[in-house]
Every structure is written in structure tokens, then in C-alpha cells.
Design a protein around this ligand. Structure first.
Ligand SMILES: [Zn+2]
Length: 226
């Protein structure tokens, strides 16, 4: 008799394995997580177990990484993001605009992504402010209804598909009432449409969170009159 430890196989894999042994007429006994087979069948069973084990490992490695779609990122945002990830010694990879990081660092990466977006916002705000000073431009009016005061707002929404994912981004100058309506519609479409794809399911809380942050910033801009 030959014994195999199958404690690292999933219940589903054990069921598959036992089913295969039964259909091949291989005499076996499973007690606890120990599988016993006769010596003459042990080589075939050994191969089957190791194939299943490799499959489990590959699955775990895939699950251990989190992916973020950063294709819509501004070059400056990406640069800040890379710098911060390196500073935190987070093992990251960016291929075709998809950032991949270990799942264990996910919450840190969420923060870093928000910080990168804020870095771009403050860069744009300071560029915009100095431009206004130089041009003597007055406070802008709402793009939708023409009222003042109005301030820029950046909203995103996401449409998830099984493989692909699209982020729509709107940068508009809006008054309080129009911003409230636009925010409501963007959050709604993100919440409904954004959960279908695997990648978009990962991204979606970030989209909703970024919209909420940007909506608050817009409110402050209006209150501050800047
Ligand atoms: Zn308006």
C-alpha cells in the first residue's frame, strides 16, 4: 500500500480524484486526508495528485494579486503612483495600463491611488489658480445652467464587462445643484453597471469613493469661493 497526503487539495478536487479512481477501477481507501492505494497504482495516482496540487497553487497565485485599471490615469498620476509604490516597497507591475499588486497590500494601494489622484488635483488647482491670476479671469459659470458660483468637478463611472472595462470620466464646471444631480447619476450608474466584470468589481469601490471625494472637494471649492 502507498499513502498520499491530500490535505492541501480542495474538497472539490478530492471528489474529482475519488471519482476518477472509481471510474478507472483503482482500489483505494480515503481516511481523513490520507489516500491509500495499491503499489501498482501509486505512480498513476501520484501524477494525478501532483497535477491537482499544481493547479491549486496556480489558482492561489492568481487570487493573491489585485488588479487596478489605471488606463485613464494622467501621466503625472501614474508617475506619483509609481514613486509611492516604490517608496513603500510594494511589488507592483503595470502592463497595458493594468496595475497588479499583492492582495496583502491592497488597502495600502487604495490609499496610494487616492493620494496620486489628489496630487494631480492639487497640481491642476495650482496651475488653474495661477492661470486665473495671470489672465484676470472671473469665477466661472455652470456649464449646464449658466449660474454662478460654479466650480470644476471630476466624476467617473464604470461599465463592467466580463473581460473589458471602461471608465468614463467627466470633467465639468458646475454649480451646486447641477453637481448634486450629476453626482447622483454617476454614482447610480456605477453602482448598477459596474459590478459585472471581475476587474471592475475590484475597481468599483474606488470609483465610488473617488466620486465622493471629488464631490466633497467641489462643495468646498464653492463654499471657499475659489
Ligand atoms: Zn448649474
Amino acid at each position: 500500500m502507498n499513502s498520499f497526503d491530500v490535505s492541501d487539495l480542495s474538497p472539490q478536487q478530492i471528489v474529482e480524484l475519488i471519482g476518477a479512481l472509481n471510474s478507472d477501477g483503482i482500489l483505494h481507501a480515503l481516511s481523513g486526508s490520507t489516500l491509500k492505494v495499491s503499489d501498482e497504482d501509486s505512480e498513476a495516482v501520484s501524477i494525478a495528485v501532483s497535477v491537482m496540487r499544481r493547479h491549486t497553487q496556480a489558482q492561489n497565485e492568481g487570487v493573491e494579486r489585485v488588479r487596478y485599471d489605471i488606463r485613464e490615469f494622467h501621466a503625472y498620476e501614474t508617475a506619483v503612483l509609481k514613486e509611492k509604490l516604490s517608496a513603500l516597497s510594494i511589488d507592483f507591475d503595470i502592463t497595458d495600463g493594468i496595475l497588479s499588486v499583492p492582495r496583502s497590500r491592497e488597502s495600502e494601494v487604495d490609499i496610494v491611488i487616492n493620494e496620486s489622484e489628489e496630487a494631480l488635483d492639487s497640481l491642476e488647482a495650482s496651475q488653474h489658480a495661477s492661470w486665473e491670476i495671470h489672465s484676470g479671469q472671473r469665477s466661472p459659470s455652470c456649464e449646464l445652467c449658466g449660474q454662478t458660483p460654479a466650480a470644476p468637478i471630476d466624476l467617473r463611472r464604470q461599465v463592467g464587462m466580463v473581460v473589458l472595462l471602461k471608465t468614463y470620466r467627466a470633467e465639468m464646471t458646475l454649480c451646486e445643484a447641477c453637481a448634486a444631480e450629476a453626482y447622483k447619476q454617476f454614482q447610480k450608474s456605477t453602482a448598477i453597471k459596474g459590478w459585472t466584470g471581475v476587474r471592475s468589481a475590484l475597481m468599483n469601490p474606488i470609483v465610488l469613493g473617488t466620486n465622493a471625494v471629488n464631490r466633497n472637494k467641489h462643495r468646498k471649492k464653492l463654499q471657499g469661493g475659489s
